[in-house]
Every structure is written in C-alpha cells, then in structure tokens.
Design a protein around this ligand. Sequence first.
Ligand code: ADP
Length: 491
Amino acid sequence: MKYILAIDQGTTSSRAIIFNKKGREVSSAQRELGQIYPRPGWVEHSPVEIIESVKTVIANALLSAELTADDIAAIGITNQRETTLVWDKTTGEPVCNAIVWQCRRTADYCEKLRREGFAEKIYNKTGLVPDAYFSATKIKWILDNVEGARERAERGELAFGTVDAFLISYLTGGKTFATDYTNAARTMLFNIHTLDWDEELLRLFDIPEAMLPHVYPCGHRFGETDKEIFGAAVPVCGVAGDQQAALFGQLCTEKGDVKNTYGTGCFLLMNTGRKAVKSQNGLITTLAACVDGRPDYVLEGSVFVGGAAVQWLRDGPGLISAAAESESAAESVPDNGGVYVVPAFTGLGAPYWKAEARGTICGITRGTSRGHIVRATLEGIAYQVYDVVKAMEKDSGIKLGRLAVDGGASANGFLMRFQADILDCEVVRPSVTETTALGAAFLAGLSSGYWTDIDQLRQTVTADKVYSPNMSQQTRYMLLEGWKKAVSGLL
Ligand code: ADP
C-alpha cells in the first residue's frame, strides 16, 4: 500500500501531508518560516530555510506515519505563488534571498509601467495587472542590484524560479529545471494564451530567456527525487500554485465552479473553462491546474481582509478572546441591528480598487451591543465575497451555482450560513479542508496513475457540511442595500 506526499510551501510555514488512496490524511507536519523585513515594505525568505523546513516536515510526516520514502508513490508540490528565487544552475546556490510576493520594492517601477501605458499590453498577454506582486519586476530587481548577477545571467549561468521550481531542482539533485502553468502564469512573463514565455515581455523587463524553467502541465512527471536527498527515487508528478491547487483540491474542474478560501484574506477563483474571460471589474485572468493538455482559464479576485477582521475583533477592540468565539457572539443577537462593518483596513480590492480606503463602522445606536459589532464584522466578510462573486458573474456571464469553501474562517457556521443566504446559493465545506495540499496530491496521484480519474476522486471527497440559503428576498435586498450604502461612503 503506497501513499501520496504533498509538500505545501506557504508564506508563513512549510507543511507536508501524506494522503492515502481514499484521499484521507494519514499524517502531517508543519514548520514556521522566518520572515525577513530588510526595510519597510520589503519581505524576504531565506532559501536555505525554505529547503531545511521542507526537509524537516517531510521527515516528520514520514516518521509520524511510520513510513519511509519507499512507501511514497508520488510527490505533489504546491507553493506560495510569485515569490522569486535566482540561483546558480551548476551549484544550486541562490544569489540572494527569495523576494516574497508581498514585497513592495518594485512598486515604483510598476507605477512607471502603468504611467507609460504598458498595463493593457501586459494584461492582454498575461491576464495580470502590472504590480509588484508578480515575479517579473522582482527578477529584474535582482539582476540590476545583486553584484555580477546580470553578467552571470547573460552567460546562461543563473536560473530563475518560483518556489516550486526551486524545490523541484533541489529534490531532483539539480536534474530538473521546470515549473508548471499555474506558477508560470504568475510571473508576468508568461503568455497565458500561447502558453509560452513571452519574448516581448522578456525584452521589456530585460530578462535573459536562458534563466527560465521549462513549463509543463501541473500533472506531469517532472523528475525523480535524488536518492541521497530523499531516501528513494520517487517521481514528482504534480505541481501547482497554492490557490489553483486549492481549486483543484475542491474538484472545481468544470466551467462555472467557484471556490473561496477564507484565510487572512479571501481568495476566490472561478473556473471559466476554455475561455479566457477579460475582466471589466478588476479581476485577474489566469490558468487553472490541469493534469494534461491545455489548462482551463480562471478568474481570480481577492479580498484583502477576511479572517483578519476576526483577528482584529480579538486583538483590537478585544470583543472576543478567540476567533471561534465570534460565532456565538454573532448568534447572541437576532440581527445586525442596522450595523455595518466594512473591514477595509488595508484598502478595498476587487471590484472597488480603493487602496486608500480604510475601515468603517456605521449604523451605531444606543442599542448597539458587542454582539452586533461582531455579527456585522462577520457579515462584512461575507458581503465582500458577495461583491467579488458578482464581479465574476458579470465578467463571465456565468451564474454561481454553489460556492466551495475552505480556509480557517470557513469553520465559522454563522459566517457560512450568512454567506449562503446573501449569495442565495449553496455553500459547501468539504471534510478535508486542507484543500491546497489535497489538490497537489490529486494532481500527483492522477498523473502517476495512483488514481485513475477525476470521477474516482469525486468518490473520495465528502462534504462536511452543506449550507443552503434560507433568507427571504426582501431581507437579502434590505441587507445588501445597507452594505452598499456603507461601502459607498468609502468610494
Ligand atoms: P492563512 O492561511 O491566511 O494564515 P488560515 O486559513 O489558517 O489563514 O485561517 C486563519 C484565519 O481564519 C485567521 O484570520 C482567523 O482569524 C480566522 N479564523 C480561524 N477560525 C475562525 C473561526 N472559527 N471563525 C472566524 N474566523 C476564524
């Protein structure tokens, strides 16, 4: 009996989860990852620590399941997207720290690109808006600022990769230099229509093509682990960026399927099938994970403050002592009492795009209690998700049928019920909420033949809870009007 190992290298931690044939978690291990802040707004990770943390969690996950590397049929990798590494092709030695997706060091350069009118060209090719998040300007920064990097890159000595490519290179003992469509799609160098690195963008950012990894579908035999490093030669057969892995882990493989992850922020992805939908509402167009052939397209939108609003209730005004307590506090009142909380603590994302907006509480009366504020905060998360879903529906012309949910705050029954009510559709939470790791495992298992097809996977996935809408149109309409009024005060 063999197992699938999923490596989930995230922004704040590295994790390894071992799954069995039934898609159930057999064991897992996690290790925090240090955040390096060299200057305000800059964020880095140590590449050595990334590797060390991954090695440790793999060893611990195997140990706690009493398994060895020989028991693993295939490996799947999922990772924090856009984070940029540059290393020596021969020695594997990184030339500097990894520049993390959150790092704003190239924000001015991106602003210049927008001013010079490159936004449309970049969007048309990559589906992205020129922003410091994406890898291209981070690579350029490394070549321009790390001594000798540009000359070495031009001589073909350096490799660029997102975390997946860096890990694949390490695990295969430097034999494989490759990435997958979903990670490539976040670099701002990859043409999502032709599925190739884009020469014109490479010229624009002054990046030598020789630095770039081969790009394969997410389900692909990327290479075998080096025995010395992993303990056995095991194929790496699945790779996808974290959000796309979660979409796949939720089995949102059909046109119109949508998932939302309620973490610190909220990440919504809609599968739009074979068609790359151009957004008129500030959403990003990107690629979905696929086992082989051409990937589907995805519309992606995020809410900056999701579960973080619950952390604020706890750490700011101290209205709750733990995140889970928000549920009973919200249920202690029959309704929001006319209170609306817009948790725009760090600005408003799609579809408003107001970076300078800040949070607000409105509708407070003498009768407003702790329960009302907590309830209105949870409702504020759900309304923001509603706004992104409506933008997706408008752009794609597809009406949402059900919302697949995961992430920390999806444990909140009140929030999920209210989400179903306000969207007027079913909200489905799977029993395995580690959908990111599960997605990487599914990709690896499908492409290695461990599982036969998606239908077999559907049998392994069970819903923990289905929330059905149960609110009158009149109430929904009234609440949404209240929300619109509260948000419009910030626009
Ligand atoms: P991330 O991956 O972004 O760190 P997680 O998926 O681990 O996020 O979710 C953590 C977030 O979920 C926190 O912001 C926390 O406040 C929120 N959260 C956790 N449990 C609950 C709960 N029961 N109700 C509401 N929010 C919760």
